[in-house]
Design a protein around this ligand. Structure first.
Ligand SMILES: Cc1ncc(COP(=O)(O)O)c(C=O)c1O
Length: 416
């Protein structure tokens, strides 16, 4: 089937949940995807932060081949070799004590929410005063299932499904006094993405994160850090909260853990873990042999190749190149992010849409989030040469757009 016949078939057969761009990819190698016509695209989105080792990585291919020949699934009623091995690696990386495995980001976040509620129920049974309310942040995104979507700020995602999970209040982003005003012993958990992803690449402030930790400590509420987009090396540390020197009670991972095989994980402290007892939570596929084997191969590769340092180095270079574009183009209002999780805020949603589309026409995949933000979530194996290609293309497009808007001549600051 070619692109046109696939489009026609999908229009008829699939639920209308995605506006796909008209490209049909058939294979990939390294940081490049190849379409049906053999054209290569430089991919700075990595399947929305999933394909951390890029495409066709031999370590992933070998892990899949090896594990699929041995054992794909047994269920969580029995043991297999992968779960404890992977849990050991994740607990060492995170500073947390225990892991629950699942299959996606939203499922990991649901587990975190349920753990916070179960923890509060247990505390009440022990005579403590703690309620059922969650504080979540404005512009947050935690997923699409009923609990996750209830803690997701955008009304467009939430309201059509009302009533979603009750007892969620939104706090203004990085506004410590708003959080303090809304916090009480009614709260069972504070929900934070250390770097908001879908909300437009906004790192939480040190002051805000520290205050959230202190508030939770004062009552026994849990601090929940959603690292589904920012975690697993993306920001140059295994977890973005490690940039802040703060340990949450609970964190969630998904996207890149198993290099493209679906997997999610909820990690927590020993103390919080006591709220879950057998039967209270579960999932058929979670922590299956294939996903575990691939995740271990991804971690081994990242450690062997010292990839956190590489992410930091290439990320800093990328960021400084974006900053120098900002010096030259008025239409760039801010450059934000950590490591290889970067965002460029433009002063117009239309311009951001146009630039993302024009980059695609130039065979460079980026994405627009939160209307005005160009988002970069490239594979961790990105090199400086790929950054240079990207910056040159952005430079030309911003210049062309600025000139179209009737702006300054070459060499001067361009008012786009
Ligand atoms: C921070 C965050 N949490 C949760 C999710 C939901 O993950 P999934 O789409 O795997 O359910 C996402 C997805 O983009 C995310 O960025």
């Amino acid at each position: 089937m070619n692109l046109a016949s696939l489009q026609a078939a999908e229009n008829k057969l699939l639920l209308n949940t995605y506006e796909r761009s008209p490209y049909l990819f058939v294979s990939g190698k390294g940081v490049y995807l190849r379409d049906e016509n053999g054209i290569h695209f430089l991919d700075l989105l990595s399947g929305i932060g999933v394909c951390a080792l890029g495409y066709g990585h031999p370590a992933i291919e070998q892990a899949i081949a090896h594990q699929s020949a041995r054992l794909l699934h047994t269920s969580n009623l029995f043991f297999h070799e992968g779960t404890a091995n992977l849990a050991l690696r994740l607990t060492e990386m995170s500073g947390l004590d225990r892991v629950f495995f699942c299959n996606s980001g939203t499922e990991a976040w649901e587990a975190a929410l349920k753990l916070a509620r179960a923890n509060a129920t247990k505390a009440r049974e022990e005579g403590k005063k703690i309620g059922t309310k969650f504080l979540a942040l404005e512009h947050s995104f935690h997923g699409r299932t009923m609990g996750s979507v209830a803690t997701t700020h955008k009304e467009k995602y939430r309201l059509p499904f009302a009533p979603v999970m009750p007892d969620v209040e939104f706090v203004r982003f990085n506004d410590v006094s708003d959080m303090r005003a809304k916090f009480s012993d009614d709260v069972c958990g504070i929900c934070i993405e250390p770097v908001q992803g879908e909300g437009g690449i906004h790192p939480v402030s040190q002051e805000f994160f520290t205050a959230a930790r202190e508030l939770c400590d004062s009552t026994g509420a849990l601090l929940l850090a959603d690292e589904i987009q920012s975690g697993f090396g993306r920001t140059g540390k295994w977890f973005a909260y490690q940039h802040y020197g703060i340990l949450p009670d609970v964190t969630t991972l998904a996207k890149p853990i198993a290099g493209g095989i679906p997997m999610g994980a909820m990690l927590c402290t020993e103390k919080a873990s006591a709220a879950f007892t057998p039967g209270l939570h579960g999932t058929t596929f979670g922590g299956g042999p294939l996903a575990c084997a691939v995740a271990i191969a991804v971690i081994d590769t990242m450690q062997r190749e010292n990839m956190l340092a590489h992410i930091e180095e290439v990320g800093n270079f990328f960021r400084s190149e974006l900053e120098s574009l900002k010096q030259r183009y008025d239409c760039i209002t801010e450059v934000r992010g950590l490591g290889l999780m970067l965002g460029v805020e433009l002063n117009s949603a239309d311009l951001a849409k146009q630039i993302a589309a024009q980059m695609m026409e130039r065979r460079i995949i980026i994405n627009r989030t939160s209307e005005t933000v160009l988002r970069f979530l490239p594979p961790y194996i990105l090199e400086r040469e790929h950054v240079e290609i990207t910056i040159a293309a952005l430079d030309e497009l911003l210049k062309a757009n600025a000139e179209y808007a009737g702006a300054a001549p070459d060499g001067e600051k361009v008012h786009g």
